[in-house]
Ligand binder design. Structure first.
Ligand SMILES: [Zn+2]
Length: 113
């Protein structure tokens, strides 16, 4: 799985941010994860605990908020959420393509001490 690399990236960003702001301890990290990434919260936590040991982010709590993907219809151009395991447009039935959201992962906020 790619969770290890993803978690390393998150930790890097958090530590950079902590350094910039002279933060000694990061207590919580709020992440937004797109559902389409397939990234599992438990995996991130697992790797994070290992990787963050002996860093200012060690022991920080991780909160993950999942974001639903949005699709854009190739027929009527409307944006919709996928429902019932189909990518078809709920308005006209044309196939939808991934528009935005649901594919990214970013840090929403960091709580520090
Ligand atoms: Zn449509």
């Amino acid at each position: 799985m790619h969770e290890l690399a993803v978690t390393e990236g998150i930790l890097d960003m958090v530590l950079n941010e902590a350094k910039k702001r002279n933060v000694e301890r990061v207590v919580a990290i709020n992440l937004v994860v797109g559902e389409m990434t397939g990234i599992e919260e438990d995996c991130i936590r697992f790797y994070f605990d290992i990787l963050s040991e002996n860093t200012p982010a060690g022991g920080a709590k991780i909160a993950v908020k999942y974001e639903k993907p949005l699709f854009r219809c190739t027929g009527c151009d409307r944006v919709f959420e996928r429902k019932n395991f189909t990518f078809s447009c709920p308005y006209c039935g044309y196939p939808g393509v991934l528009a935005q959201k649901g594919v990214e992962l970013y840090i929403e906020s960091i709580e520090v001490e």
